[in-house]
Design a protein around this ligand. Structure first.
Ligand code: GNR
Ligand code: NI
Length: 177
């Protein structure tokens, strides 16, 4: 159990392409556990392994642990931890939806991002079982955001240069204090 440091922009690590997990070992299950610890600690609803510097196709999501003002992570009883190994977009809807996205690698910055409203996703669980599921709403948005990470893509790549410039300037200001 470990909370890992989160890689932030403009670290070039975030632009790498992650490798598929070749075999689901105890080491992989250990990475998943550390990713959950890190995600809950940071009050995120999702995390890709690349955000903790591990260049493998591993994603964790928990939509129950919505960002709150509280200091403590959600109690375990109300958690809904889901791990996705080698997740793939099987298909996406023609209909799109817009969501105000944030990213733990771009602290405290948000922007409206338009993506397919629904998607079908295939993945392996931590026991190596294959799953396929239709996703919509926040789950579809979050999964597409996480699969983007595995390909070195960030939500700011989906907005205009002007908005991206403004957001990066705000982040710069935030960091300077
Ligand atoms: O915590 C997160 N919130 C969020 C909000 C809208 C769309 C996507 C996300 S994912 C983000 C955590 C993160 O950076 N995952 O990569
Ligand atoms: Ni992110």
């Amino acid at each position: 159990m470990a909370i890992l440091p989160i890689v932030e922009v403009p670290d070039p690590v975030l632009r790498q392409t992650c490798a598929p997990v070749p075999a689901i070992t105890d080491e992989v299950r250990g990475i998943v556990a550390d990713m959950f610890d890190t995600m809950y600690d940071a009050h995120g609803i999702g995390l890709a392994a690349i955000q903790v510097g591990i260049l493998q196709r591993i994603v964790v999501i928990d939509l129950q642990d919505r960002e709150t003002e509280e200091e403590e992570p959600a109690p375990e009883a109300v958690r809904d931890p889901r791990a996705f190994i080698n997740p793939e977009l099987v298909s996406v809807s023609e209909e799109s939806s817009t969501y105000n996205e944030g990213c733990l690698s771009i602290p405290e910055q948000y922007a409206e991002v338009t993506r397919p409203a629904r998607c079908r996703v295939a993945w392996l669980d931590t026991a190596g079982e294959r799953h396929e599921e239709d996703m919509d709403g926040l789950m579809a948005t979050c999964m597409q955001h996480e699969i983007d990470h595995l390909n070195g893509v960030l939500f700011i790549d989906h907005i205009s240069r002007l908005k991206r410039g403004m957001l990066m300037k705000k982040l710069d200001k935030l960091r300077r204090g």
